[in-house]
Design a binder for this molecule. Structure first.
Ligand SMILES: *Cc1c(COP(=O)(O)O)cnc(C)c1O
Ligand code: SF4
Length: 342
């Protein structure tokens, strides 16, 4: 029987195995009906979910869905990904490009807004679609640096010695295959004035399978000091698989930070935010930023106003050590840094 099994697996397929994380990614839930069924939710939610998904598609990895409570339409993890009718309501002040990204492009896919740091949009793809994302309305197809355009982006970075740090962003830069990521990292390695490489990625949280040997090998090869900024908004996002992934990253010497977004109905409470900070630190991650929602069209129902946000962060500051209190910030177009709030 052994020989029969061998015949069924062609040698070619064995040598070009698809990494486990890419299979997980391909199997993400994209049909609202399936998500509702999986979580035993009321099918009456479906028409609105379909309508909102037509504007910004549903996408959520199954491992993330497994961390949600069944039968709870208000689950804080579900709220981040379930399309709602409220997204289709127009709200004054909520616009398509709330942070002025289109105006800030210095070269194809390069946002150079802050001194010493340049942000590279390397892909439009994400493993998860967060309903509040400030780039939900961003024209990625035009904006991200495709493989050919990396040449122009890299030339821009090489020509400006004031740039010490490159930030890989997107979309999610860890959506790139190890091979493409390796090519990019090797090219950045060659730019002598670069010292740090920062990666902004939600994948270690929503798709921890991404943190595999192939990725860790690539990260270990660069001469640049590595910072990985993950993105978790609620303590229940950090389960055992995520903690393992983060521990492996920490073991390779990557500095781990978290950025969260303050979201109505998800984490707009001092208790939840304190638990998030504790859970992050237990997983070797320091809280970095807590962002006020960027006023992007379709996300107004997540908004927490500045007065309430300031009160929440003040209470948090009294409850936690300074190093576990994230900086509450907002992004203001045209400013030389993010603006501290509270
Ligand atoms: C947020 C951001 C950065 C990084 O800012 P830090 O304060 O260094 O975290 C850099 N470039 C752009 C365009 C940004 O939006
Ligand atoms: S992972 Fe980040 S970039 Fe992607 S949809 Fe979520 S918030 Fe937006």
């Amino acid at each position: 029987m052994e020989s029969q099994k061998l015949i069924m697996i062609p040698a070619k397929a064995l040598s070009r195995q698809v990494p486990c994380w890419q299979r997980e990614l391909a199997q993400a839930i994209t049909d609202p009906a399936e998500l509702l069924r999986e979580l035993e939710l009321d099918p009456a939610l479906l028409p609105a979910a379909r309508a909102a998904a037509a504007r910004f598609p549903l996408r959520v990895p199954r491992g993330f869905v497994a961390r949600m409570r069944k039968g709870d339409p208000d689950d804080p993890l579900l709220r981040q990904v379930l399309p709602l009718g409220a997204e289709l309501e127009a709200t004054p002040g909520f616009v398509n490009d709330p942070v002025g990204d289109r105006a800030a492009q210095a070269a194809p896919g390069v946002l150079h807004k802050y001194h010493g740091r340049a942000l590279l949009i390397v892909t439009g793809a994400c493993a998860v679609h967060c309903r509040y994302c400030f780039r939900r309305e961003f024209p990625y197809a035009e904006a991200h640096a495709g493989v050919d355009e990396w040449r122009l982006a890299l030339a821009y970075l090489a020509n400006d010695p004031s740039i010490r740090e490159v930030i890989l962003s997107g979309g999610d830069p860890l959506s790139l295959s190890d091979r493409r990521l390796g090519v990019l990292l090797a090219a950045l390695d060659q730019i002598p004035h670069l010292e740090r490489l920062r990666i902004h990625s939600r994948q270690p949280i929503v798709l921890p399978e991404r943190v595999d040997d192939g990725l860790l090998e690539r990260l270990a090869q660069t001469r640049l000091r590595l910072v990985l900024v993950v993105h978790a908004n609620h303590p229940r996002e950090l389960d055992e698989t995520v903690r393992t992934a983060l521990a492996r990253l920490a073991a390779t010497g990557v500095t781990l930070l978290n950025q969260a977004v303050l979201l109505r109905g998800v984490n707009d409470s001092t208790t939840v935010l304190a638990e998030l900070s504790e859970a992050l630190f237990a997983a070797r991650v320091l809280p970095y930023y807590l962002h006020l929602l960027d006023p992007v069209r379709g996300a107004a129902h997540f908004d927490v106003n500045e007065t309430e946000a300031s009160a929440i962060i003040k209470t948090l500051r009294r409850r936690l050590p300074g190093y576990l209190t994230p900086r509450l910030v907002r992004e203001q177009p045209g400013q030389p840094a993010k603006t501290l709030v509270g």
